[in-house]
Design a protein around this ligand. Structure first.
Ligand code: PLP
Length: 378
């Protein structure tokens, strides 16, 4: 039977994060800090807008690229929030940023093309790039405070480089790329025909003054592909909505993939997407920040080597000194102390573990108490 399948689909791995999450539940873990899913409900004003649209029977097929008024509002939002100039023809409304990322890979990859992925990295990049015939070239940032340096980028670049992916704030590290990292990228890429995929899903969850990412270089604009999500900033992961921003030509081609895979995003969700753009998420961010401060202090007091995350809702301590694999560490923590966190190996960084702090304060506290006890046994 195997021969009936696409050869590459047989190589694609299902999410190790979800597998490990299921494993921790199967062994009875009751303190769960695994998934990157806000513990907040979607703000009511946003939900009400979708209910209203449903009641008004907005249930027909929508336009392929998304409603024009939504795409216009996204342009205004991007200008105001990120100083990014775009027009509605440069916006595609997608089924989460996952679809934006997949459509982007489909649109650009020919067999053997290379995409540079700084690691630790969100695991779907590798699975999807390889499935679509591309090759992942990793750049290990775990020894440079998760920043990109000139030598590492020079080493990763080749005549086959099609794109680089930038994820800032980052999953799993919570790190934000520094001005120096951006300058390194800019100087290396400014004269090259290489796309820059900016996975911006956490760019509203930042704890210091917001800085512009790669979009601050206007001369790169035609090669920047922004993949954006509503899942994190507005606590809407189950709605599955997001967007892609790119030049008109790129959007035109990406829309073909989108059309044949999705047809168009759910009609009644789109008025709620407009409403969400008006939502001020600073209260949620403040709460994430309080949790970040608490968990960071606790990990430092436990003697773990850890960078203070500047955004997103993950913290990524090193477990190198214990001399065991991240799977072994997390398995034992789940089995013996009933705490679920994610092995760094899932992000190609086996020396670390990822803790998601998008859970209530009490859960974080209990997790830290148990982790502290566990560490003392190692
Ligand atoms: C870095 C990163 N990119 C993309 C996604 C996918 O987000 P969405 O829910 O919009 O598909 C996630 C989700 O965890 C993520 O962490």
């Amino acid at each position: 039977m195997k021969s009936l399948y696409n050869k590459k689909i047989l190589q694609v791995q299902t999410s190790k994060i979800r597998q490990f999450n299921d494993y921790t539940k199967s062994v009875g873990a009751d303190v769960i800090l695994t998934l990157g899913e806000p513990d907040f409900f979607t703000p009511e004003a946003i939900t009400d807008e979708a209910i209203k649209a449903l009641k008004e029977h907005q249930t027909k097929y929508g336009p392929t690229s998304g409603f024009a008024d939504l795409r216009q509002k996204i342009c205004e939002f991007e200008k105001k929030y990120n100083n990014f100039e775009c027009v509605p023809d440069e916006v595609l409304i997608t089924h989460g940023s996952t679809e934006a990322l997949c459509s982007a890979f489909f649109t650009m990859l020919n067999p053997g093309d290379e995409i540079i992925v700084p690691i630790p990295a969100y695991p779907m990049y590798r699975q999807m790039i390889e499935f679509m015939g591309g090759k992942v070239i990793t750049m290990d940032t775990s020894h440079t405070n998760f920043q990109i340096t000139k030598p590492m980028l020079a080493k990763a670049l080749s005549s086959k480089t099609k794109a680089i992916i930038l994820t800032s704030p980052n999953n799993p590290t919570g790190a934000i790329l520094s001005d120096e990292s951006y300058e390194v990228i800019y100087q290396a890429l400014k004269d090259k025909e290489i796309f820059i995929i900016s996975d911006d899903v956490y760019n509203q969850i930042v704890y210091s003054k917001r800085k512009l990412g790669i979009i601050k270089y206007p001369d790169l604009k035609d090669r920047i592909i922004v993949c954006q999500s509503y899942s994190k900033s507005y606590a809407m992961p189950g709605w599955r909505c997001g967007y892609m921003l790119a030049n008109k030509e790129f959007i035109k081609h990406a829309t073909k993939i989108h059309q044949y895979m999705i047809v168009a995003l759910n009609t009644f969700i789109q008025p709620a997407m407009i409403k969400a753009l008006e939502y001020d998420s600073s209260e949620m961010v403040k709460i994430y920040q309080e949790r970040r401060d608490y968990i960071y202090d606790r990990l430092v007091k436990m003697g773990l080597e850890v960078d203070k995350p500047e955004g997103a809702f993950y913290i990524f301590p090193s477990i190198k000194k214990f001399n065991i694999s991240s799977f072994e560490f997390c398995k034992r923590l789940a089995l013996e102390y009933k705490v679920a966190i994610i092995p760094g190996d899932c992000f190609e960084a086996d020396d670390h573990v990822r803790i998601s702090y998008c859970v209530d304060f009490e859960t974080i506290k209990v997790a830290c108490d148990r982790l502290e006890k566990f560490i003392k046994t190692l």
